[in-house]
Design a protein around this ligand. Structure first.
Ligand SMILES: Cc1cc2nc3c(=O)[nH]c(=O)nc-3n(C[C@H](O)[C@H](O)[C@H](O)COP(=O)(O)O)c2cc1C
Length: 382
């Protein structure tokens, strides 16, 4: 399965093309829109989310409610584009817009301008922007639909914002009811207060998102080659999210300080299947899923755009200048959780298709059923 996204933050639309989706998968625009809406929510989002009301237009690969096996094309219009027509015009305009030249620390501005030779940082901002994550979330909803067919589900919860932290429970209804996507009401309130205080100070906050994937098919990925190890592929996908700065499986950094006897997960046979008495590996051993829940955490840095800008420099002259200030979110951790769900779903759906085939959903399910039969412990099969 391959995902390509295109489109600028203030261009006409963002676009996802997802290739390799098996034929026969039921999918609807309204199902995808649920996740697009979840991505837009969260206390601490900026004015842009009040302008946009994301809705997908499926423009390829789906007919009569089912995928055809052709690339799935998903478009999300940028409502804000009407305010940016002159700036974003593909053709040269008579009155060119002012260039952005005051570099913003923490953004791709400087590195991107140096790399591509841009003299107007707008050419970097527009594509480095996390508006692109709307396309990822739309494609991720298709991946989630495929995972749903085989009984795999992805959940996320905000574990911490700033220094307000706690233990996630993944209580779905409580998480979705919270404006910061934390199941605990007291913690939610404290997180909202922390975000409000940062905003009042012209500052921003980051945090940690916890992810749990349940109903995981064992044997996805491979230990045999470095680029087939699924833990590495998952970490790459999550690290590619704008402002993600760290990934750990289960409590890997704490486990690194303990002895092996306390860290590894004893094996037993329970109800006819191999099982573990605990899950500190986070669902993967040797880069292969072991059937336990996949448990992960992703660290997101505080948002880079500050209303009280950091000292910086002008791209063209090198003269000292405060960073450019653009309308911005104060904290995106709740939204980033929804994006993280999409990214892990895409990797797992890809690994599922790799093992069981991606021509047709019924064929995939048949192959999976035969595989599950083989997995039953030998002594219990007699
Ligand atoms: C859902 C989401 C929304 C974001 N919104 C903003 C924003 O409004 N302002 C901002 O400065 N950064 C925002 N970011 C983060 C930047 O896009 C990101 O920090 C920047 O592109 C630099 O990339 P890096 O942090 O991965 O190095 C957002 C990230 C996500 C995941």
């Amino acid at each position: 399965m391959r995902l390509l996204t295109a489109g600028e933050s203030h261009g006409p639309l963002v676009l996802a093309v997802l290739d390799g989706v098996p034929a026969g998968l039921e999918i609807s625009a309204s199902e995808i829109d649920v996740d697009l809406r979840r991505r837009q929510l969260g206390y601490g989002r900026g004015a842009r989310q009040r302008i946009e009301r994301d809705a997908v237009r499926i423009t390829g690969g789906v007919r009569q409610g089912r995928t055809t096996g052709a690339p799935v094309a998903l478009e999300i219009a940028n409502k804000d584009a009407v305010n940016w027509e002159r700036v974003m015009s593909a053709a040269p305009v008579a009155e060119p817009p002012d260039a952005v030249t005051r570099l913003r620390p923490g953004h791709a501005d400087l590195a991107g301008a140096l790399k591509f030779g841009h003299e107007d940082v707008r050419d970097v901002i527009e594509r480095a922007s996390a508006r692109e994550t709307a396309a990822r979330v739309a494609a991720g909803a298709v991946a989630k639909a495929l995972l749903g067919v085989v009984g795999t589900s992805v959940a996320s919860e905000t574990k911490s914002i700033g220094d307000v932290t706690g233990v996630p429970t993944f209580d779905h209804d409580a998480v979705e009811a919270s404006e910061v996507r934390s199941a605990d009401p007291d913690r939610s309130r404290a997180m909202v207060e922390a975000i409000a205080a940062a905003r009042d100070a012209g500052d921003t906050l980051g945090g940690v998102v916890a992810l749990r994937v349940s109903g995981v098919v064992p044997g996805l990925g491979s230990f045999a080659e470095w680029d087939r190890r699924l833990d590495g592929r998952i970490a790459q996908a999550l690290m590619s999210i704008q402002s993600a700065k760290g990934v750990q499986f289960a409590d890997a950094f704490a486990a690194a300080r303990e002895r092996g006897s306390a860290v590894h997960d004893p094996i037993e046979v329970r109800s006819g299947a191999f099982a573990r008495t605990r899950n500190r590996a986070g669902g993967l051993e040797g880069g292969v899923t072991n059937g336990e829940d996949i448990l992960l955490e992703v660290a997101f840095k505080p948002i880079s755009t500050l209303m009280k800008p950091l000292p910086s420099a002008d791209l063209r002259t090198g003269a000292p200048a405060p960073a450019h200030v653009e309308r911005s979110d104060v904290c995106v951790v709740p939204a980033a959780g929804v994006v993280a769900e999409a990214m892990i779903a895409l990797v797992l759906a890809d690994a599922l298709c790799e093992k069981f085939g991606n021509d047709n959903v019924a064929d995939l399910c048949g192959a999976l059923a035969r595989y599950r039969e083989r997995l039953r412990p030998i002594d219990l099969r007699r």
